[in-house]
Design a binder for this molecule. Structure first.
Ligand code: NDP
Length: 383
């Protein structure tokens, strides 16, 4: 039996993870489950999985969580500190699946326990970069990528040495607006943006997929996870989302990982690593699919990958600034305050409007995040 904590248990990745645990219940002991404010849903999950502790980040939701946990064996807690304390209880595996930089501090708390952290929360690694990878090394933790592309790359890298890698190619579905013109993009609505053609995901990552900022963030994530150099990291559009990414070695062998567009596959790979486990996913039907297609990205219509690559090249605080500005822009778009094409533009504007000191620890990263959010909000207000 292994123990597990899920940070962001009420979200899309949380649900997929719990679905796998549910099918193999006797193998897992659940330590901590967390959410932001969906207290009754969290309480239900905590009861079902007999969690040690359930935590809501939003303290105003604690009474509802306590209500839902009455006469259960689960402790209830709330707030940012409680989230970190829950992550620090030290499960064998912690699934980091909070959305946004809000997941950074609890993910770092889990890393400090020196166990396995299955990372879905890409914004945390994008923002903290070297601060997070240094903590992983210092505490002897194992960081396993859950993002389907990075999980694919991780699997392909088992077949060779990182020194022999010539290039890594991240595949991107292109999102729901892949074929739209700039004029159409300017009129895209939140409802259209969250309707991803292949993946069923939370609202924020769905919008990121539509702008291609998701792939930009993933480029930065890959840069930290797989140190082959930014110039060896490529992006290719692959609308079917069957090939999840590829690694080319020096002998020109290219290894790819294929699978259904279902996050339970990469989550299972991380949960069972270094072994394998069953999933309820359908097998790939390549004959049924008929053809797999690939295109070069169009950075005129979707500038986010160019902006993200520049932020990665600049290094220091730039990726954290990019991420913070993007989070503000996506929230404003979802709230109907700005148009779709303004999202990437705002991220670029915030990156250009100030220089931030290089972060060297968690507090520095969080300070950059706060300041960049304030600047993005101010730019929005001015507009
Ligand atoms: P969801 O929006 O579905 O879920 C987010 C989770 O985080 C929920 O449990 C939510 O709680 C919690 N949460 C939100 N805000 C806060 C906060 N301020 N403090 C603490 N907890 C918070 O997101 P996804 O599951 O889609 O994505 C989670 C992460 O995984 C993201 O970083 C995303 O980029 C990454 N990812 C997701 C994929 C997917 O297929 N969904 C694929 C690859 C990566 P509540 O329910 O109470 O709001």
């Amino acid at each position: 039996m292994r123990s597990i904590s899920i940070l962001g248990a009420t979200g899309s990745i949380g649900a997929s993870t719990l679905d796998l645990i549910r099918r193999d219940r006797e193998q897992w002991r659940v330590v901590a489950l967390t959410a932001n404010c969906q207290a009754s849903q969290l309480a239900e999950l905590a009861r079902e999985f007999d969690a040690e502790v359930a935590v809501v980040a939003d303290e105003s939701c604690l009474p509802a969580l306590r209500d839902g946990l009455q006469r259960s064996g689960t402790e209830a807690a709330a707030g940012a500190q409680a989230l970190c304390e829950a992550a620090a209880r030290g499960a064998d595996v912690t699934v980091a699946a909070i959305v946004g930089c809000a997941g950074l501090a609890p993910t770092m708390a889990a890393i400090q326990q020196g166990r396995v952290v299955a990372l879905a929360n890409k914004e945390a690694l994008v923002s903290a970069g070297n601060v997070m990878t240094a903590a992983v090394a210092q505490h002897g933790a194992t960081l396993l990528p859950v993002d389907s592309e990075h999980n694919a790359i991780f699997q392909c890298l088992q077949a060779g040495e990182i020194a022999d890698v010539r290039s890594i190619t991240l595949t991107a579905s292109g999102g729901p607006f892949r074929t739209w013109t700039l004029e159409q993009l300017a009129r895209a609505t939140p409802k259209q943006a969250v309707a991803h053609p292949n993946w069923d995901m939370g609202a924020k990552i769905s919008v990121d997929s539509a702008t291609m900022m998701n792939k930009g963030l993933e480029l930065i994530e890959a840069h930290h996870l797989f140190p082959v150099g930014l110039d060896r990291l490529n992006i290719i559009i692959h609308p079917q989302s069957v090939v999840h990414s590829m690694v080319e070695y020096r002998d020109r062998s290219t290894l790819a990982q294929l699978g259904p567009s279902d996050m339970r596959v990469p989550i299972a790979s991380a949960l069972a690593w270094p072994q394998r486990m069953d999933t309820p996913c359908q097998p790939l039907d390549l004959a049924g699919l008929g053809e797999l297609t690939f295109f070069a990205p169009d950075e005129e219509r979707f500038p986010a990958t160019r902006i993200a690559r520049a932020a990665a090249e600049a290094g220091g605080a730039a990726p954290a600034v990019l991420n913070a500005a993007n989070e503000i822009a996506v929230a404003a778009f979802l709230a109907g305050q700005i148009g779709f094409t303004r999202i990437s533009l705002l991220a670029q504007q915030v990156l250009e409007c100030a220089s931030f000191p290089d972060p060297s620890n968690l507090d520095d990263v969080l300070a950059v995040d706060t300041e960049a959010r304030a600047r993005a909000a101010a730019l929005l207000e001015r507009a």
